[in-house]
Design a protein around this ligand. Structure first.
Ligand SMILES: [Zn+2]
Ligand SMILES: [Zn+2]
Length: 81
């Protein structure tokens, strides 16, 4: 799910797809690429520094990890000017 406004180089780990196949407890599951936070891009000069351009962050909600909209960039994934 790459943002078209996001600049950068294609992530070599996921080949720009933004997701990789990981072994999760014996099952193969598609997860967000850890290197590019699911954006498919690395070395992005205008990516949000907090969410690395994904637009969402994982927050601890009383023992549970939930995905929430990144407040730094308001979910856009772009570093605010
Ligand atoms: Zn990647
Ligand atoms: Zn952000």
């Amino acid at each position: 799910m790459a943002h078209k406004e996001l600049k950068g180089d294609r992530c070599p780990k996921c080949n720009g797809s933004g997701s990789v196949i990981a072994d999760v407890g014996g099952f193969h599951a598609e997860v967000d690429c850890p290197d590019c936070a699911g954006t498919g891009l690395v070395n992005s000069p205008n990516a949000c520094k907090k969410c690395k351009g994904s637009g969402s962050v994982i927050v601890d909600a009383g023992g549970f990890n939930v995905e929430a909209t990144c407040e730094h960039c308001n979910g856009s994934g772009l570093e605010p000017l």
